[in-house]
Ligand binder design. Structure first.
Ligand code: PLP
Ligand code: COI
Length: 343
């Protein structure tokens, strides 16, 4: 039996073993049955395409134990659709939306005892991944694929939780190429971001804020999260083909509109940072992480936002609204949550 005496409130964003994962293989031109496994390992051919040529994509979504005791999964069809785009972006076999959702429901149900209780601030992180598994020595796509979904209970992504983070930016680090793979969620993008992340940590920052790789003039995204800013009652977020279209950001855009804010999706010149009232990173793992300070480490320029150590008013409102919907405290007026049926 895996650990059950978890201190839910103390969880960070790291791997905790759970009971089961689910798997599905594409072979001979079709997807097979969903298989349940209690192994934490994937046996693999030494020449598997994922090992040599990086045919790997993944997703990240969450299940929440609500105030009413029900378990809600947030916008899984959106993840399913992005999973298809990622597969297509690196010539892998896309998994149909309904099969993806079936796997999510199954893996959540099988690991019910690892869904953190309501009120602990924690949630169950669901991590689907797809890999090319057939042997491939010439550079071409695999013929066989496997999708694995694992779950792990998680707490906050940044260790200060909802307290403002300090981030840095530099023209010396690109996460992706201008017409590259930035808008899909593939492992290679994250491998390419590790040095920048390490550099940011070494210098005492939570994360690197990437600048657009083509012109080096505009803000792109913030580590493994999108970026948004607030000024003049407007929610402003980058329009860029080198960032991942975040489902959290898309949801916050809707919530901002619901709150009566204007929304602008456009290029954000670096200099405009001087004019922002609030800034934040957003994503499934990051949720809404207010940014208190951005340092341009190439020229020593510092941008500060709001009152020191405090999240901005609108960021807080958006965060509370989003969390409220996910934990079943607020009406789900946009139909974003699926309640898992445990009967
Ligand atoms: N940008 C990158 C590079 C990410 O890895 C993520 C995480 O998934 C996001 C943005 C946020 O996307 P989402 O809100 O869909 O989780
Ligand atoms: C997520 O927000 O789900 C992510 O995938 C971020 C990350 C830990 C890579």
């Amino acid at each position: 039996m895996k650990e059950t005496n978890l201190e839910w409130e103390k969880l960070s964003f790291s791997y905790v073993p759970t009971d089961f994962n689910v798997r599905c293989t594409y072979k001979d031109g079709k997807w097979g049955e969903i298989e349940v496994s209690d192994s934490e390992y994937v046996p693999m051919h030494i020449a598997a395409a994922c090992l040599h040529y990086g045919q790997e994509s993944f997703e990240g979504l969450k299940a929440f134990r609500g105030k009413d005791g029900k378990v809600r999964v947030f916008r899984m069809e959106e993840n399913a659709k992005r999973f298809i785009r990622s597969a297509e972006g690196i010539s892998m076999q896309p998994m149909p939306v309904e099969l993806f959702c079936e796997m999510v429901r199954k893996v959540v149900k099988l690991n019910e005892r690892f869904i953190p209780p309501y009120g602990t601030g924690a949630s169950l992180y669901i991590r689907p991944l797809e890999i090319g598994i057939s042997p491939q020595i010439g550079v071409s796509p695999a013929k066989e694929y496997m999708v694995v979904m694992l779950v792990t209970p998680v707490g906050p992504y940044f260790k200060n939780g909802f307290n403002p983070i300090k981030v840095c930016m530099s023209r010396e680090y690109d996460r992706v190429a201008p017409k590259g793979t930035g808008s899909i969620k593939i492992g290679g993008n994250y491998a390419a971001s590790l040095n920048a992340g390490q550099k940011a940590h070494e210098l005492g920052y939570s994360v690197m804020l990437y600048i657009d790789p083509k012109e080096k003039k505009y803000l792109d995204e913030c580590g493994a999260a999108n970026f948004f800013a607030i000024k003049d009652n407007t929610y402003i977020t980058p329009h860029s083909e080198s960032i991942l279209p975040s489902i959290t950001n898309k949801s916050l855009v809707q919530l901002a509109e619901d709150l009566g804010l204007k929304v602008e999706r456009r290029h954000i010149p670096i200099d405009e940072l001087e004019t922002f009232e609030e800034c934040s990173a957003c994503g499934t793992a990051a949720v809404c992480s207010p940014i208190g300070q951005i340092d341009d480490i190439d020229n020593g320029k510092t941008y500060r936002f709001g009152e020191e150590g405090k999240a901005g008013k609108i960021t807080t409102e958006l965060y509370n609204k989003l969390r409220g919907i996910q934990y079943g405290e607020e009406p789900d007026t946009h139909g974003w949550c699926e309640i898992i049926d445990f009967d």
